[in-house]
Write a protein that binds this ligand. Structure first.
Ligand code: TTJ
Length: 669
């Protein structure tokens, strides 16, 4: 990153106040669901990462505190605290209380910030959406601090005490008025923080969980993670290939071009999967974009050219296709550019057309050079791609013959599948339900026309946990694959997908989290396309049913339960009594108004406790339910958890089992 010559308040250009952020939060952080909540952390961390990329800090610590707040600290230069000459306010206050276009100040290289979060907004947005924020700046031996409430300063910048530290620390408490849930997930944060650490070589990024009450998914994880990757994206590629057999070593190169900085690392493996991840200014471009297009064009061209020049492809043989050279390929592409344009549904697609040529040119040149210098590896790579080509041709031939009906496809639909009547896949939904009893309710309650139910026994978790490939032989999983209709391996054909929505519906407990992790890992490793194309979802069953007289309401989180109780006029004291023993079914009399109807709270320990109507109304009804669409990041997180649980590394596995000693029954160690 271009370093700035002179820093100071005068460089910051003020645009507008924060009212619009609270009015339309979705415009600034994408959504107010669990994703939007986590986005707050990323926005703050991005600032620290920028400071690291500028070469001024090497340590970033993110802490989830027990009071629901988050702190992010770096050891950088500290946000400037000097007075803005025109506005007569400290720079720190301006940074945190005013909205600035595109997350930039001034908008040119002399500006304050180079990259931004996905939506390019920044720390003031986080401030606006937090009931409380506290900023501490350690500079020149002093500690400066200021606090804010919903984006407004609670007091003027103060200086207090001495310090030998340098840096910035921000605490913030997300606002329950804005967010559907206030519960942070280590799993979600880890994926992003790990990515940032890979992309910013040499910086240590830590995540510390100090919460007493952790969500079920997080119970499986250690409380402290520390990421430091000297190898940068090459380490990332190695990580992605951990459980695969590699072909050659990671091939890494970088180049500063007039259009931006390009860094690429790639490695082939013996697997059939492609795993290419791309970033622009450290933002994961899950929808790809021109940098990715340039990369794909270049590897196809370069590998074909090499194969021809070295007679590895015969004259009569066709060129390798883009699909052939992608099979078994793992790559990370990272570009940094001055004015990134993010497009697409989730603003995660790089729209700068010049990056196609930039990446293509660099990859053509450097990959060709690498192959010339490493003829042994080059030959293995071409060999792997040719194998893919032969498999493709064979598969095409087989498609018209009986072989097309592979082992799985030849089988009839599993007996326990309650299929839907519609054959229009685009409207069909498959619910994968944990347990036979919940499966029974789901079958009874569903809309038969377009909702299919496949009950899976929780058992699969314990029986075949050792190896995922063994799992494919497991009957429960086989049923699932047959139900999907797409086949697996060489005869896989996504065009034959029988349901365009596949919904994982598990209990909101540790076992449920396990099964979900396992299914996500399965989809991640064998049916990536389903995730990429947005077909995979997670159902959101309620945690509580709150009844008062004839009326009942469902709560999907603890916060929502508290909110509903408040709405029903139950005093804070009473609600506390309930929440102290969340596991018990509680009955609370309204102390202040004894004549009123009784309020009862039922905690659902599993889906099986709901009757068919309840399950449909709360979780399956397209008119009322919320489904979480699974992203590649979610699946990658599950895969990492799965690897920890099943992997050969003894330490993390033992930790997992210890944390779970109480929660998990029958876990074979
Ligand atoms: C800006 O130019 C003057 C020297 O420091 C630059 C700066 O602001 N650096 C900086 C900001 N380092 N760290 C931050 C930062 C860290 C966190 C955790 C949160 C925020 C909003 C900013």
């Amino acid at each position: 990153m271009a370093d700035t010559k002179k820093y100071g308040a005068e460089q910051i250009q003020v645009l507008e106040g924060l009212e619009p952020v609270r009015k339309r939060p979705g415009m600034y952080i994408g959504s107010t669901d669990v994703r939007g909540l986590h986005h707050l952390v990323y926005e703050i961390v991005d600032n620290a990462i920028d400071e690291a990329m500028a070469g001024h800090c090497n340590n970033i610590i993110v802490t989830l505190l027990d009071d629901g707040s988050v702190s992010v600290e770096d050891n950088g230069r500290g946000i400037p605290v000097d007075m803005h000459p025109k506005l007569k306010r400290p720079a720190l206050e301006i940074v945190l209380t005013t909205l600035h276009a595109g997350g930039k100040f001034g908008g040119d290289e002399s500006g304050y910030k180079v990259s931004g979060g996905l939506h390019g907004v920044g720390s003031s947005v986080v401030n606006a959406l937090s009931t409380k924020m506290r900023a501490e700046v350690y500079r020149d031996g002093k500690v400066y601090h200021q606090e804010y409430k919903r984006g407004k300063p609670a007091y003027d910048l103060k200086t207090e005490g001495k310090t030998t530290k340098r840096g910035t620390k921000i605490f913030f408490t997300p606002d329950a008025e804005i967010f559907d849930t206030l519960e942070f997930s280590m799993q979600m944060l880890l994926v992003r923080l790990r990515q940032q650490a890979y992309l910013t070589r040499g910086v240590t990024v830590s995540l510390l969980d100090e919460r007493k009450k952790r969500p079920a998914d997080d119970l499986t994880l250690p409380r402290l993670y520390r990421f430091f990757f000297d190898g940068g994206i090459a380490a990332y590629v190695r990580h992605l290939n951990e459980s695969k057999e590699s072909i050659g070593s990671p091939i890494w190169f970088e180049k500063d071009t007039p259009d931006g900085f390009v860094e690429v690392c790639l490695q082939y493996t013996q697997s059939f999967q492609e795993h290419v991840v791309s970033f622009a200014n450290n933002i994961h471009t899950t929808e790809g974009g021109h940098h990715l297009t340039g990369f794909k064009a270049a590897i196809t061209r370069t590998i074909n050219a090499y194969a021809r020049n070295h007679s590895l492809l015969k004259e009569k043989e066709e060129n390798l296709t883009a699909d052939d050279v992608r099979e078994g390929l793992t790559a990370v592409i990272s570009v940094r550019l001055k004015e990134p344009q993010f497009e697409g549904q989730t603003k995660a697609k790089l729209g700068n057309a010049e990056m196609k040529t930039a990446v293509e040119t660099v990859v053509n040149e450097k990959l060709a050079e690498y192959m010339e210098e490493h003829p042994g590896e080059a030959k293995d790579i071409v060999g792997k791609c040719s194998l893919a080509a032969r498999a493709r041709l064979a598969a095409r031939a087989a498609r018209d013959s009986v072989i097309r009906k592979g082992a799985l496809e030849g089988m009839t639909l599993p007996g326990k599948l309650a299929d839907c009547s519609s054959r229009d896949a685009s409207e069909c939904e498959l619910f994968i339900v944990e347990g036979d009893s919940a499966g029974g309710s789901a079958k009874q309650g569903r809309k038969r026309e377009f909702q299919a139910i496949l009950p899976l026994r929780g058992k699969i978790l314990n029986v075949e946990q050792a190896r995922l490939d063994k799992m494919l032989a497991n009957n429960e999983i086989k049923s699932l694959i047959i139900a999907l209709g797409v086949g697996v391996g060489e005869v896989k054909d996504m065009g034959r997908l029988r349901y365009h929505r596949i919904v994982i519906m598990t209990d909101a407990d540790v076992d449920g989290a396990h099964i979900r992790t396992l299914l996500l890992t399965l989809f991640y490793r064998y049916f990536t396309e389903l995730i990429d194309n947005g077909h995979l979802y997670i159902a959101q069953p309620p945690l509580y049913k709150i009844s008062k007289g004839k009326d009942s309401k469902y709560a999907y989180s603890d916060e929502q339960k508290e909110r509903i109780l408040k709405e029903l006029g139950i005093s804070a004291k009473d609600t506390q009594e309930v929440s102290e023993e969340p596991i018990e079914e509680g009955e609370v009399e309204q102390a202040a108004k004894p004549k009123q109807a009784k309020v009862s709270i039922q905690r659902y320990k599993g889906l099986g406790e709901m009757n068919a109507d309840q399950l449909f109304d709360t979780t399956m009804d397209p008119e009322q339910r919320t489904l979480l669409r699974v992203t590649m990041d979610d699946a990658e997180a599950a895969n990492a958890t799965f690897t920890t649980l099943m992997g050969s590394e003894v330490a993390p596995r033992r930790k997992f089992i210890q944390t779970h000693a109480k929660g998990v029954k029958n876990l074979d160690i």
